[in-house]
Design a protein around this ligand. Structure first.
Ligand code: ADP
Ligand code: ASP
Ligand code: MG
Length: 406
């Protein structure tokens, strides 16, 4: 007997028929003698609708109240799935994050899980029930409802698997595994049987939303066996996220191409070039809880410097306002920005032992006339910022250039 945590994403519970199908799959696992904990997302599109609804009432929604509203999507699906299971004779019980309880910090809309109460879950499992937990949500120490950031049900699933020391965490979604790039953009993307945690972390952090990055971090830290599978197919092993690099096989140099449209670039020009400038600019941004990604500083000849960085597109206006605010104190000339950019990245642990990957990437983009605005590299990834209108072309070109379509 194994303890399995299964997470079903929005499309997989997108209508009553699909919820009934999920119930059948869960019942099948239970009938094989396993204990099953299920984490569900809201029905597809539901969270977006709730965000829009909030914005109609308050243009810049209060974060605490936003979480109160957003968490309702998942409350609907846990109840529906429990009904579907009971309807086919399976004992089941649903829990919201607060009821479990999934304790988080108090950073509304992107809270982090601190601990998970096991008591209710263990008791129900021992009693032969399937336990269904609402993804994406928790509760802070004061009893406030929190949410874990978009795509956060993956993290709920993995965190539960870690807390319960589950034998496996299965992430069921609308594709049958992790691909060399988003199969919706490149038709001949290939499914990977395995990918290392390290690579999956990079892919997720660089925009492959098939897994939320925090779920991969959690799985790596607590050694959760993590697999991505399709909820629409009965066959198939999906993709296993592994700790080990495969030393038997010749490693491919590049494992995947990731991209992120959700980017914006800001530049503070003509800043006096003296110590403390980066701190003053980025310190002000960090204070507002805004994550900065790529950073470039160019020194001019006139004792001033241009300072550019990227942020999430949703925080563009807020960041612009912060920079305008400190511009005068810093003695900077102007603040400019562009929120029609994107980031495209090549990821692979094989890069470590293969110099020349960056130039191969830059050549492939140059051959298509795609201008690179910013570059950043690490041991296992190379990212470029380009104009958003070239995104799909760049992804396709790089996928081919690194032989991922073979
Ligand atoms: P869910 O609602 O099940 O959580 P998501 O939409 O969050 O599903 O994630 C699945 C989607 O991730 C796929 O439909 C696919 O378009 C996208 N995706 C992006 N990059 C990849 C990749 N490298 N491999 C597989 N899917 C990817
Ligand atoms: N429903 C939430 C979202 O759309 C969480 C999730 O699907 O993982 O972001
Ligand atoms: Mg998701």
């Amino acid at each position: 007997m194994a303890l399995i945590v299964q997470k079903y994403g929005g499309t997989s519970v997108g209508n009553p028929e699909r919820i009934k199908n999920v119930a059948k799959r869960v019942a099948k696992f239970q009938a094989q003698g396993h204990q099953v904990v299920v984490v569900v997302s809201a029905m597809s599109g539901e969270t977006n609708k709730l965000v829009a609804l909030c914005k109609e009432v308050q243009a810049n929604p209060d974060p605490r109240e936003l979480d109160v509203v957003l968490s309702t999507g998942e409350q609907v699906t846990i109840g529906l799935l429990a009904m579907a299971l009971k309807d086919i004779g399976v004992k089941a019980k649903s829990y919201t994050g607060g009821q479990v309880k999934v304790l988080t910090d108090s950073v509304f809309t992107k809270a982090r899980i601190l601990s998970i109460g096991e008591e209710n879950i263990r008791r129900d499992l021992d009693d032969g029930s399937v336990v269904i937990v609402a993804g994406f949500q928790g509760v802070d120490e004061h009893g406030n409802i929190t949410t874990l950031g978009r795509g956060g049900s993956d993290t709920s699933g993995v965190a539960l698997a870690a807390a319960l020391k589950a034998d496996e965490c299965q992430i069921y979604t609308d594709v049958d595994g992790v691909y060399t790039t988003d199969p919706r953009i490149v038709a001949d993307a290939k499914k990977l049987d395995k990918i290392t945690f390290e690579e999956m972390l990079e892919m997720a952090s660089l925009g492959s939303k098939v897994l939320q990055i925090r779920s991969v971090e959690f799985a790596g830290k607590y050694k959760v066996k993590l697999r991505v599978l399709s909820s629409f197919q009965d066959e198939g092993e999906g993709t296993l996220i592994t700790v080990e690099e495969d030393t038997n096989m010749e490693q491919p140099i590049i494992s995947g191409i990731a991209f992120n449209r959700d980017e914006a670039k800001l530049t503070m020009s003509g800043v006096p070039d003296k110590p403390g400038i980066a701190y003053q600019i980025l310190g002000a941004v960090a204070e507002a809880n805004i994550d900065v990604d790529m950073i470039i500083q160019n020194v001019g000849h006139d004792g001033t410097t241009d300072f550019s960085f990227t942020v999430n597109r949703g925080e563009y206006a807020k960041t612009q306002a912060i920079l305008e605010n400190i511009k005068k104190t810093l003695g900077a000339r102007e603040v400019t920005g562009d929120n029609k950019i994107c980031k495209v990245s090549a990821v692979g642990v094989g890069m470590r032992s293969h110099p020349g990957v960056a130039s191969q990437m830059f050549k492939a983009l140059a051959d298509e006339g795609i201008n690179i605005q910013m570059i950043s590299t690490s041991e296992i990834k190379i990212s470029v910022v380009i104009d958003e209108k070239y995104l799909e072309l760049a992804v396709r070109v790089l996928h081919r250039a690194f032989g991922l379509d073979q």
